[in-house]
Every structure is written in C-alpha cells, then in structure tokens.
Ligand binder design. Structure first.
Ligand code: SF4
Length: 64
C-alpha cells in the first residue's frame, strides 16, 4: 500500500497528523507532510486509511 498526498488540495486541518502521526507530519505553515514515501509498513496501514477517510479535502488517497 502507498499513500498519495495532494499538497494543492490540503487545507491544513491536521486531522491526518492527529490520527496517524507516524504517517503524517505538519510543516511550518500547518500543512501536512507525508512522512512515508513508498510502501507503508503493514502495521501502519489502518492508520493511513483512517487518515485518508477523515481528510475533509480528499487530499489523501490510498493506492493498493
Ligand atoms: S487532513 Fe487533509 S486537509 Fe487536513 S492537513 Fe491532512 S491532508 Fe491536509
């Protein structure tokens, strides 16, 4: 599984960081930073999905 993050769509709510801090960080302007480029470790897949499902701007997508 891979996470794709769309910086242009992100509005900086930081829900992703709150739900999955192992997967997302926050930059100085409050926008998300994807911490995991490439394959997501299996133990973080549920959190990555949770973050994607809860992003109000649909800025996070999951690729199988
Ligand atoms: S939840 Fe979505 S809109 Fe909010 S910071 Fe994360 S990626 Fe951006």
């Amino acid at each position: 599984m891979r996470v794709v993050y769309d910086r242009d769509a992100c509005e900086g709510h930081n829900r992703c960081y709150l739900l999955a801090p192992e997967v997302f960080d926050v930059d100085d302007e409050g926008y998300a930073i994807l911490r995991i480029e490439g394959e997501v470790p299996p133990e973080l897949e549920d959190k990555a999905r949770l973050a994607a499902d809860n992003c109000p701007e649909y800025a996070i997508t999951i690729e199988a």
